[in-house]
Design a protein around this ligand. Structure first.
Ligand code: ZN
Length: 176
């Protein structure tokens, strides 16, 4: 039996509250938020299997995917919700456009959410030991050590998101 939608939305809101992402911010959720977001997402996935025509549930699932930086999935769920409700209201269209923008940005960054988390762990450790020297030295070392493809384009994407040095990558891109 799937969980009740209101309960799942409460879990999602708790995850959003802890994520420190604000509205429409493109960085990883803060660690304390992750168990809530994952629980909400898995519950909502089960819920929509059983209630395919519930646009509210698809909207919530879209939000959970967005918080977890899965923009393609967030887009699909929002489109599904819009199809079901048969409405194309301004708020939805605006969100759809933003999600498309984030998806394109994410493709430029070319790191998986797991790789971004790993970069965050590496930078936290390095900055704790050595401090920030106002360059992307540690970020570049990490990209090199992992043989990440097209490191220069990753660095450009990090700069586009306000990551001009290692501590800014950690704070502005990776997040808490
Ligand atoms: Zn710095």
């Amino acid at each position: 039996m799937s969980q009740d939608l209101e309960e799942l939305q409460r879990i999602l809101i708790e995850g959003q509250r802890r994520s420190m992402q604000g509205s429409y911010q493109r960085r990883s959720p803060a660690k304390p938020a992750i168990p809530f977001l994952l629980e909400a997402r898995s519950g909502l996935k089960k819920y929509v299997e059983a209630h395919e025509d519930d646009d509210k549930a698809w909207r919530s699932l879209s939000q959970a995917e967005e918080c977890l930086l899965n923009y393609s999935a967030a887009l699909n769920c929002l489109e599904k919700a819009m199809d079901i409700s048969g409405q194309r209201d301004k708020k939805d269209l605006k969100r759809l456009a933003l999600l498309k923008e984030y998806e394109a940005d994410w493709k430029q960054l070319n790191l998986t959410p797991a790789q971004l988390q790993a970069l965050g762990g590496y930078l936290s450790q390095k900055l704790l030991e050595e401090g920030c020297d106002h360059t992307l030295r540690c970020t570049q070392e990490w990209l090199k050590a992992l043989s990440i493809a097209k490191p220069k384009s990753v660095v450009d994407a990090l700069r586009n998101r306000g990551g001009y040095c290692d501590c800014e990558v950690l704070n502005n891109v990776v997040g808490g």
